[in-house]
Every structure is written in structure tokens, then in C-alpha cells.
Design a protein around this ligand. Sequence first.
Ligand SMILES: Nc1ncnc2c1ncn2[C@@H]1O[C@H](COP(=O)(O)OP(=O)(O)OP(=O)(O)O)[C@@H](O)[C@H]1O
Ligand SMILES: [Mg+2]
Length: 245
Amino acid sequence: MSETLLDIRKMELRYGAAVAVRDISLCVKRGQLVAIIGNNGAGKSSLVRGATGLVRPSGGEVVFKGEDTTRLAAHRKVARGLVMVPEGRLLFPDQTVEDNLILGAYAHGGLKGEKARAALDKVLALFPRLKERLRQQAGSMSGGEQQMLAIARGLMGEPDLLIIDELSLGLAPKIVNQLMGVLAELNRAGLTILLVEQLASYALAIADHAYVIANGRVAHEGPSAELARNPDVMAAFLGKKKHAA
Ligand SMILES: Nc1ncnc2c1ncn2[C@@H]1O[C@H](COP(=O)(O)OP(=O)(O)OP(=O)(O)O)[C@@H](O)[C@H]1O
Ligand SMILES: [Mg+2]
């Protein structure tokens, strides 16, 4: 059986009096692609911010690679291999593509010199489009290219687990399909991924296992193929775009 990388146990997360996450448990094993789906305001981002340490959970535990990291600062978790591509990408728009990538390496454990160069070469081999645009300002690229850059920046930290919050945000369906294909490929090559996504059918098409979050709780959980056939789950996403493939 493969190693459990991320084990969230009974997490609770509050913003003042407002409870965003109530008693959520979730598990990601090495090699898996796990999806978290759920509508607007369900608590998906709060859950992963709690997991990465960007927001301190008010209850429960976040165990990463067997270590209780609940109270560990976000940058320390990054150094341990827990990297997130945040909702909205948060690139440095005035900096070049190359600088964004190098900054990613710095933030993700301080790769420098030769090591940073080697990580950069590896990432650019995966994303030739970024290689062509190395000297271009990140903010001048298309939304899809910027999301690609955000993923590439995350990979610069050589993560054990890459969390991606809302891959599809602001992107056309064709681009979302392309990027989902990139994630599926990265996963096949061995990367463990936790994908947060409002467009449920896209995420279920590439994930092994999925959690449906509603009102800060897990409403459903199971193999993606099963959830995609579950009428209750699909009813919750009526009106959302269906995956074409
Ligand atoms: N910084 C914050 N301060 C106060 N309340 C917040 C904050 N961030 C989120 N919330 C609230 O917490 C709840 C969960 O929000 P969250 O962003 O986690 O949902 P989400 O599932 O990621 O939604 P979306 O699909 O819109 O990204 C919502 O009610 C939201 O208004
Ligand atoms: Mg969100």
C-alpha cells in the first residue's frame, strides 16, 4: 500500500465567529490525483489554506508525511514538499516568466545557482510554451499561459504534493481541458496532486478519488467514477459545464 502523504483529521477552520470548515477528514496517498469539488463558498479554499498553513485551523490535525504539521508555518511546509498553486495564481505580473519561476524556487526551499538552473530546465522541458516566453512579462501572457506558469512555479519547489486551487478560474473550456490534460500527464509521471475545482465534471474526469464539500463538510466521498455516476452529486452541479471527453 502506498504511503499516506496528506492526512487531514477532523479539521475545523474559522474566520472570527464564521466557521468555514467543520470536521473535515481527507486523505491523499502518494501517486494519487485527488479532487475536492464543491460550489462557491463551500469551504474548499479554506480547507487547503488550513492544510498548507496559510490559515491556522481552529481544530483537528494536518499530518504530512507522517509528521503533525498543524502548527507549522506555511514556508516550513513548503520546504517539506507541500506546495500550493493558490486560487487566482498570484504571479508577479511585472516580472518576467523566468523571474517568476526563480522566485518560485526561492520560496519553495531556496534552490540556488546550479540547482535552480537544473530545476528550471526540467520545468521548461515540460512547458515549452514558457521556454519561448522566458523574457516576457508574466502579466502580458494569456490566462491559460499564466496558469501554466503558476503550475510550473509550483513544480520548481520539487513538491511531494502539489495542491492546485481552482485550475479553471477565468479560463475558456478548451484551455481548461488542455490544462487538465497537463495535470493528468504530471500525475502519470508520478506527481501526487490535490486538485480543488468548481467545475466538477472536469476534475472527476482525471481524478482517482474525490471529495464533495458543501457547507464546510464532506457531503460525498469516493472513487471519481462512482461520484460521476451518483445522481445526488451531479444534481448538486446542475448548470455547471459538463466535461466533453
Ligand atoms: N478571509 C476570509 N474572511 C472571512 N470569511 C472568509 C474568508 N475567506 C473565506 N471566507 C468565508 O468562508 C466560507 C468558505 O469560503 P472558501 O473561500 O473557503 O470557499 P470555496 O469553496 O473556496 O469557494 P470558491 O469556489 O468561491 O473559491 C465562505 O462563506 C467565505 O465567505
Ligand atoms: Mg476557493
